[in-house]
Write a protein that binds this ligand. Structure first.
Ligand SMILES: [Zn+2]
Length: 158
């Protein structure tokens, strides 16, 4: 079973900004695209981030998801990677002076560590009931709490 791209887009648009807020990623520009991630047809999603410009492009393959709840959790997974994107800067710095084969090994270890970290955080979030949907709701609550009480305008008319 697959999720229709329109339903997937609607889910992403519905929860993205609140999830970003809940995860304190407001300083990032997050673009989400729908489509195939790789040729193998196994990856549910992927994020390509640039920590310097704080921009990430997340791609989600809606054909590989059974329902929109899973779409949300893939989005959560990719946003968790963004939380530790600054380690990519460190990873790239490690490339200098390495031969191709050495760099491939360092990259493989880095990717493994990155996935294990994200999966550990996902397990913790699941254990406390913070799926993508709930995370978005928490983000919306946090956002509205910051707006309350509304700020007084200066130079009040009398
Ligand atoms: Zn991952």
């Amino acid at each position: 079973m697959t999720v229709h791209p329109i339903a997937a887009r609607a889910r992403v648009d519905d929860i993205l900004s609140d999830m970003i807020h809940a995860m304190r990623l407001d300083h990032w520009r997050v673009d989400v695209e729908l489509g195939a991630v790789d040729d193998s047809g196994h990856l549910l999603g992927e994020g390509v981030s640039d920590p310097r410009s704080r921009h990430v492009i997340i791609t989600i393959d809606s054909d590989l998801h059974d329902n929109v709840k899973e779409i949300g959790n893939t989005l959560r997974h990719e946003l968790l990677h963004v939380l530790h994107a600054s380690f990519q800067t460190y990873r790239r710095a490690c490339s200098h002076g390495l031969k191709r084969r050495e760099d491939d090994i360092v990259e493989e270890v880095y990717q493994l560590a990155s996935e294990e970290t994200v999966m550990g955080i996902e397990a913790m979030l699941d254990a406390i009931g913070l799926d993508a949907e709930t995370l978005a709701v928490k983000g919306a609550v946090l956002r509205s709490a910051r707006r309350w009480p509304p700020r007084q305008r200066e130079g009040k008319a009398s």
